[in-house]
Ligand binder design. Sequence first.
Ligand SMILES: N[C@@H](CCOP(=O)(O)O)C(=O)O
Length: 489
Amino acid sequence: MEKYYVSTRDKNRKISPKKAILEGISPEGGLYVWDDLDTISIDLEQICKQSYQENAFTILRPLLMDFSDEELKECIEKAYTNSFSSSDITPIRKVGDIYVLELFHGPTSAFKDVALTLLPQLMKTALKSEDAKAMILTATSGDTGKAALEGFKDVEDIGICVFYPDQKVSQIQYRQMATQKGNNVKVFAVEGNFDDAQSKVKELFMDLDLEKEASQKNILLTSANSINIGRLVPQIVYYFESYKYLVNHHVIQLGDKVSFSVPTGNFGDVLAGYYAYLMGLPVQRFYVASNANHVLTDFLQTGIYDRNREFIQTISPSMDILISSNLERLLYYMSGKDTDFVNACMSSLHQTGRYQIPQELLNKIQSLFGCAYLDDEQTKQGIREVYNKEGVVLDPHSAIGYMTAKQAEERPVVSLATASPYKFSQDVLEALGTSCQEELSAMHSLQKICTDPIPQGLAQLETLPILHKEVISISQMKDVVKQAMEDLL
Ligand SMILES: N[C@@H](CCOP(=O)(O)O)C(=O)O
């Protein structure tokens, strides 16, 4: 079995997992993938008997081949001890006939915590073999930024710069990032949208001048976004965990198939599910749930990916994305690991903003992936409906996932709840018929109807000073990264 990851755009680019984690993306712009994923067969019976931490080890063991058993166990132990408010890490709640997988019980109340509590540990371990420092560049549409800041704050020999779209994240998401403490962090609002920030970050990873300056300082530039395999693979675990729940609660029998509904913008979360499927998880279908920026829905229905459209700011800002990075990895696997094909699609996307895949490939993708999208009005209606019928308050992203799950023909369906409703208090309250002008007081009003208390990390926002106020243009991003290398490392 091959021990190396390769690039989706260059098979000759072979790299160990540790190096892939430290590089983030491949120098020619491809994403790292592992060709032998479908030769792994995770023992489901064993999964159903083990704890979350044990399952994380079982699942990540074959994917992170150059980590020793001891290293991997230690990383997992450090990531998941006392950092989640639920001992299950990712508990399930039955809401109507849908199984809602709650991924927001970590330090920053979003699903990103599941991977961003572990990635810093993996990166620290990988750095030991390099004798270098790392600078992490992260683009965020709201959730990744805070989770990455929290995960990497004050980690020795690692600095982090986060770029979020100015005025295009929720008030709570903004406060979470703008109040971030830590002697190795920088946070910037950028003039533009998430796609602008993500594209620029990718460009910076390929910038030879920046690379030269970094390497003179013995610094590696890397990513905390799901383009980094170290960010992506920890998310595979919760798909197996939800299967464990369904078996252990006698909803299904071992071997039965399950469907998943996944709200997603960058395609990372649903791709982690597809990885679980390749590794032996019995899956009927994945439903890709989108908001008004339904570039993925259109792609899955027509085979045409076209980002040439209006960018819509929605009440589910974490999914306000038109360039879905991880789709590249799906195309790689589904096309039979055809790097020429991936290259052609990606260069067409770069040059014209669109590409089209052959009908045969579309049929193959459609046999596993369904899709739906909800605009803001439908999202609010969904939040209202779930609350009125089931007494459960969902955040806008999770409501999109839930309503998509309801439309699915199959049962059981696990719907991924990606963030706490408190992160979007104003919009959730408005959906429920109450308005509140101020986000922090909105959190308190929401508490009166939510069964869960306000998470500690959000409750403390009221008392924390704003530490990061800089608003920069996209073209200034390179300069601030250079400065951050000086200041932080
Ligand atoms: N939804 C994300 C956007 C970045 O996605 P990632 O999974 O690649 O980090 C966010 O909230 O920042």
